[in-house]
Ligand binder design. Structure first.
Ligand code: SF4
Ligand code: SF4
Length: 456
């Protein structure tokens, strides 16, 4: 794509980066066919190519973000399906993030939108505040019809998403080290750091518990660093770059002394939205002389928990089930991190029958805070996704991202769990919440018969 930036504009690192990305686009439009919003809305301005044109025009002409540009960029999920499809390698992820920063700095959002964004940014990344907010949501839910009538649809969507039953108290209770049991497989004992995250530990604390339990049982020490918290994705995708950078630096500081101690096998993340962001810390902090090197190192040693387990011998499962598991590959997992085979392979090795979901590349509508900020589109995407899931008649849905779990659970009776909960269960952990009715479909793995040796 031909661009028309002046030399003065290109002196800005942000514009220089945008220009490099824009130049790769050849307008072919392949990306439109797989774009989660274009397939739903059919408007070119809600496609990757259309948004690229809008961003180009805004940045080239140094315009403040108009209402129309803000509208169409806000409707982008950052699902990154377009990046998987694009034959030219257009780095849409970083382009749309640059556009969001420009919108945040120059655009004029309405009062309700600003209020909602401020609320989300000041509550969700902080587990204690988020816990209190969820308690208040129980009462607030009574006002959902009124909020919808008054035009506070985002607030109503947020209240509807809050779980109706209180999650159980977590076993994991804060920073510290869970020490591995004797390694049953004789392999070298490993040591990892786990990001405990923010919203996930409040909404479904069993995910961190299952991760720690499975790793510890398989000879891996798991450390949760004091001071580490939200990865920064929530605010980054709102264009609040400075806040995202501050959260990334806080995590790097918390992990750095552990990294310097050495004998360390990586940073593990069990929410793929967070994993995509932490793996990209090197880019987020590329212009920071103090943090650029550390951030690139942290990004390079970060793995999704399934990526780590795929390279680790888990042995044979201790329980066997005939459950059909529909594996929902979160966008941040399949498009953001390009992890596709590992979770499926682990589930199959653990004995589950994995079924594929039609149109698996399209987003479920969760996308961080998207299902709160764009509730109508998010609901349509959920309905579409659940219709595809239910067409496969699964017993349970597994996914690697808490956002998808919360989003999908609101529209179906099917149990939706994290992949790691099913793995932990198969390898000796407790039955995941929501699967209790399916307990009769599980049996102990029969002990292998001793092999009679010839001549013995
Ligand atoms: S990130 Fe997703 S919603 Fe946004 S343009 Fe790309 S495919 Fe479409
Ligand atoms: S597929 Fe890539 S090159 Fe083609 S229009 Fe989309 S972003 Fe541009």
């Amino acid at each position: 794509m031909h661009t028309n930036f002046t030399a003065e504009q290109l002196a800005s690192p942000r514009i220089a980066e945008a220009e490099q990305i824009l130049r790769r686009c050849v307008h072919c439009g392949f990306c439109t066919a797989t774009c989660s919003t274009y397939v739903l809305l059919g408007d070119e301005r809600d496609s990757p190519r259309g948004r690229i044109y809008l961003i180009k025009d805004m940045l080239e002409n140094a315009k403040p973000a108009s209402g129309a540009v803000t509208f169409h960029i806000d409707r982008c999920l950052s699902c990154l399906s377009c990046m998987t499809t694009c034959p030219s390698g257009v780095d849409y992820m970083h382009l749309v993030d640059l556009a969001r920063v420009h919108i945040e700095e120059t655009g004029g959002r309405g009062f309700k939108d600003r209020l909602m964004r401020n609320l989300l940014a000041s509550i969700v990344p902080y587990p204690d505040r988020f816990r209190w907010a969820l308690k208040a949501a129980g009462l607030g839910r009574l006002f959902v019809p009124l909020l919808n009538r008054l035009g506070f649809g985002q607030m109503a969507a947020m209240l509807e998403l809050a779980p109706k039953t209180r999650p159980p108290a977590p076993k994991y209770s804060g920073p510290g080290i869970a020490t591995a049991e004797a390694n049953e497989f004789g392999a070298k004992r490993k040591r990892v750091v786990m990001l405990a995250g923010c919203a996930q530990q409040v909404l479904r604390p069993e995910i961190n518990d299952a991760t720690i339990r499975l790793l510890v049982r398989r000879g891996v020490d798991v450390e949760v660093a004091a001071g580490a918290g939200c990865c920064g994705a929530l605010v980054l995708h709102m264009g609040r770059e400075a806040e995202a950078i501050a959260q990334a630096k806080r995590n790097i500081d918390a992990w750095w002394s552990i990294i310097e101690r050495g004998a360390f096998d990586g940073i593990l993340i069990n929410a793929s939205g967070c994993g995509t962001t932490v793996k990209d810390y090197g880019h987020l902090l590329r212009n920071d002389p103090e943090y650029a090197r550390k951030a690139a190192h942290v990004g390079g040693i970060t793995k999704d928990v399934t990526e780590f387990l795929a390279g680790h011998d888990l042995g044979a499962p201790v329980q066997w089930s005939s459950l059909r598991v529909a594996y929902h590959s979160a966008c941040s997992m399949q498009h953001g991190q390009r992890i596709t085979s590992e979770p499926r392979m682990l589930l199959k090795k653990a004995g589950f029958a994995v079924v594929e979901i039609p149109e698996g590349h399209i987003c479920c509508g969760s996308a961080g805070s998207y299902n709160i900020l764009q509730p109508e589109i998010a609901k349509e995407l959920r309905t579409r996704k659940l219709a595809h899931i239910e067409s496969m008649s699964p017993d349970v849905v597994a996914t690697g991202n808490i956002g998808c779990i919360t989003q999908l659970a609101l529209g179906t009776e099917l149990p939706i769990v994290h992949t790691i909960e099913l793995l932990d269960w198969a390898y000796g952990g407790p039955i995941p919440r929501g699967l209790e009715k399916l307990k009769h479909r599980v049996s102990d793995v029969p002990k292998p018969k001793p092999v009679a040796l010839a001549g013995a």
